[in-house]
Design a protein around this ligand. Sequence first.
Ligand SMILES: C[S@@+](CC[C@H](N)C(=O)[O-])C[C@H]1O[C@@H](n2cnc3c(N)ncnc32)[C@H](O)[C@@H]1O
Length: 282
Amino acid sequence: MPRGSSRTAEAVCFFRAVETAAPAATRALVDPWARHFLSPARRASVDACASAVGQMMYGRVRPIAWLHNFVVARHRFIDDALTLALDGGSRRLVVLGAGYDSRGHRFASALDQPALELDYGPTQAEKMRLVDQAPLPASNVTYLAVDFMRDSLRGVLATQGTVRRAFIVWEGVTMYLDEGAIRATLLDLRAAVDAGSELTCDWFSRPPRGLAALATGAASRSLALLGEPFRSSYAPAEARALLARCGWQVVDLADPPEMTRRVFGTKRQILPWCFVLRCVAV
Ligand SMILES: C[S@@+](CC[C@H](N)C(=O)[O-])C[C@H]1O[C@@H](n2cnc3c(N)ncnc32)[C@H](O)[C@@H]1O
C-alpha cells in the first residue's frame, strides 16, 4: 500500500490535465478539474507540455505518448459509456480505485444518489483536502476506504444496502491486484448490485517477448519502488472468462486499434498491451 497519495493516480491525472490543455480541435478529452488535483509544479509542467513546442517534444517520446494516449482513450471510452448508461436509466456511480477521478463532480447533475468512491484511505484523505480547496461543482460523494488486496468489498458495500442501476468504473486498477483480489472484487460487486448494472474496466495484457517485455519489466519494477507494483495481466479471452465466472457478461471490448479508431480516428497510437471493456451484471 502506498504510504501517501497514490503516485499512479497523480500520474494519470497529469495526463488528463495535459490533454485538457491541448487545443480544442485536437483534444479527445476535457476534464477541467484534473489540474486542480496537481501540485503547482506539476501544473506548470502541464502548461509546458501543452505549449506548441512541448506538444511536439512530448509526442516524440514514444513510450510517454503511448501511455498518455492510452490513459486518455480509456477515460474517454468510460465517459462515453457512462453518458449512454445515464441516458438509459443508470443513477448510481461507483468508482473503484477512484484516485483523482472527477466524474462524481462532472456528472453530478445526472446522478440522484451519492456517488461512491473507493480507494486507499490516504489517497482519499488527500483528495478530500484538495476537493475542499478547489472550485469544483457541488457533488454528493461518499468516500469508502478499502484495500482491495485485504478487505472484503462485500463488507464495505454492505453499509450502502443493495446498489441499484449502478454504473461501476474500475479504471487503471486491475493490473495492481492479484487474481485472488480481482476475483473477490468481481464476486462481491456482483452480489452488491442488481442485474443490469454495468461495470467498465481496463486490463493490462503482457507483451509477448523481446524489448517490449523488457521495458514492461523495468516499468513494473519502478512502480514497485513507489509501492504500486503490477501484479497481473490478462489476454482479452482470459478476462472475459474470469468476468463470466463472476457473473459479468462482456458486451463491448475495445483493443488498442479499436480504442484508437473510436477515440482518435487514425491520428494517434496507444500502448499496444491493454484493452478496455464494458460488461453487465447477469
Ligand atoms: C492508476 S491509478 C487510477 C486512478 C483512477 N481510477 C483514475 O483513472 O484516475 C490506480 C488507483 O488504484 C488505487 N489502488 C491500487 N491498488 C489498490 C488497492 N489494493 N486497494 C485500494 N485502492 C487501490 C490507487 O490508490 C489509485 O488511486
